[in-house]
Design a protein. Structure first.
Lengths: 217, 217, 217
């Protein structure tokens, strides 16, 4: 009994830590886009916050879990704004802000794919819907970031991107369905998603693209 | 009594068939945009699914019918993905993918205008709100498709587009208000919307555009 | 007791008037963008309506106040469409439609920042979330307007924009927290937001922008 309570508390902690970390890295990625566009500090705060909370907000809205999460935990907003302001004063230090942006985005992608799928499961979604929700949670923040920041959406990059979110969410849901302990499933899903996205970034992996008529003949 | 049950079941069937068909044609239109952008198969699945479920998802969110429909019927997602993959392997066959895209979009537009308005009615909306919801359901999937696919949104085309959705939804609501049997109203609305959009496509119809000051004088 | 009822009724009236006025000016701004793009009358109605109701719709969805407001009060939609049609026939009269657009947008921004924050308060949000909701309500309609109309989003303008919404919402919430009478808080928040945005427009004020590495050394 006490052991069960302890496990539940630990699980809750793991999810919160993963979710909080996803928030941090996505907020940073949003602020980095703001730095590439030479925005002012309010633009940093805006793009950082929208990127950090965007995916989870859409997830909550689609699942009907309203008011959405950051209305109940305003600390979320404060963290996003604080991180964005920090980036405003330090983003000139790294050699390549684009490289940094891509890797932060990759970590956030893998984290939110897993925690998004988990929140959907808890809300009663089946496996297919939960995987989809993981992909949505992982990619939506980055989509708004890129649309508002006037960058070409990373989701359309020819490197493997959505596929990595899909893999992460699917591995997590597969593990849960197979009866693997929940915390192991969370970590496995994250590692699978991040490994694939990281490899795609490092090696420039991509899937074969559609070839129109002329090229086939 | 038995007759009433039979009628309800038939009506339900008609709506489901129209809705399912709308899903198919919109998913196809999304995959066709992916083919025009030479995406990979995941891009096809993504754009097809988003286009297929986009309008209905926004409709459910605005009406407060959450979790949204595809969380309860994940088959929806499977169908969208399957259709998109099919397009990936066959889209080189038709002579003009753009022509095909426009006509599939037109069918989806007319179908969702009617089923969107109906779902709003069932959720308790009045006639004006129901017509609006029909237009939103009909056009939103295509908007996301075009924004994500980097095409100029069809909603802004100078051919008659939103007007056709408006007509379809208004004819349906008009028929229902006038006491016409529900299934006749559904079909009439669809035919009206599709006829107008089809004629606009075929004859290049458009409404008069706004003329600024210089041209007036 | 009677006095309390009178005050409540008056407060309700003030909020409704502010909200209705925000709807009008934002719908006008949407129709003005349509005029700049030489759309047809349906395009005017669409862009006007989306701009008018966009911010409040997102606010209601995030707070879980569904069906969203205009489903219950379809008059809202009728007003937006009517205003947009009026603009279609009169927009050639003013000398500069862009100037007019900027000022109408400024009024709407300040109005919705305050009424959005208030609706969030009533729905039980804390001060940080309420200010955020004010900013979202104030800016989202304009974002959709600019994205659909193919204009560069005003939210990314280097003039002070989001900052003005933030100030308006924060002044309102600050006043409420400090125990200032509600109607005074509403008006103060509006005036603060509008004054800042107006000054930024008039004097071309902007915040310092991020300077990348090269420029620092």
């Amino acid at each position: 009994m006490a052991r069960q309570l302890f496990r539940d508390a630990m699980l809750q902690t793991i999810t919160s830590v993963l979710d909080g970390f996803g928030l941090l890295v996505f907020a940073t990625s949003g602020a980095l886009v703001a730095s590439r566009k030479q925005m002012d500090i309010v633009g940093f705060a805006l793009l950082g916050t929208v990127t950090g909370i965007g995916g989870g907000t859409l997830r909550d809205v689609l699942l009907g879990l309203t008011p959405v999460f950051w209305i109940q935990t305003p600390a979320t907003l404060v963290i996003c704004v604080a991180v964005s302001c920090l980036v405003f004063f330090t983003a000139h230090i790294p050699q390549s802000r684009l490289r940094l942006l891509l890797w932060f985005d990759a970590i956030g992608l893998a984290l939110f794919a897993v925690t998004g799928a988990e929140r959907a499961l808890l809300a009663g979604a089946g496996p297919v819907a939960a995987v989809t929700m993981g992909v949505i949670t992982a990619t939506f923040g980055g989509i708004i970031r890129d649309v508002l920041g006037g960058e070409s959406p990373m989701i359309l990059a020819h490197e493997i991107y959505v596929t990595a979110a899909l893999l992460g969410a699917a591995v997590f849901i597969g593990c849960v369905t197979a009866g693997v302990p929940h915390e192991v499933a969370l970590i496995s899903g994250f590692l699978a998603g991040f490994a694939l996205r990281g490899a795609a970034l490092h090696f420039g992996w991509s899937l074969p693209r559609y070839r129109p008529r002329a090229e086939r003949e």
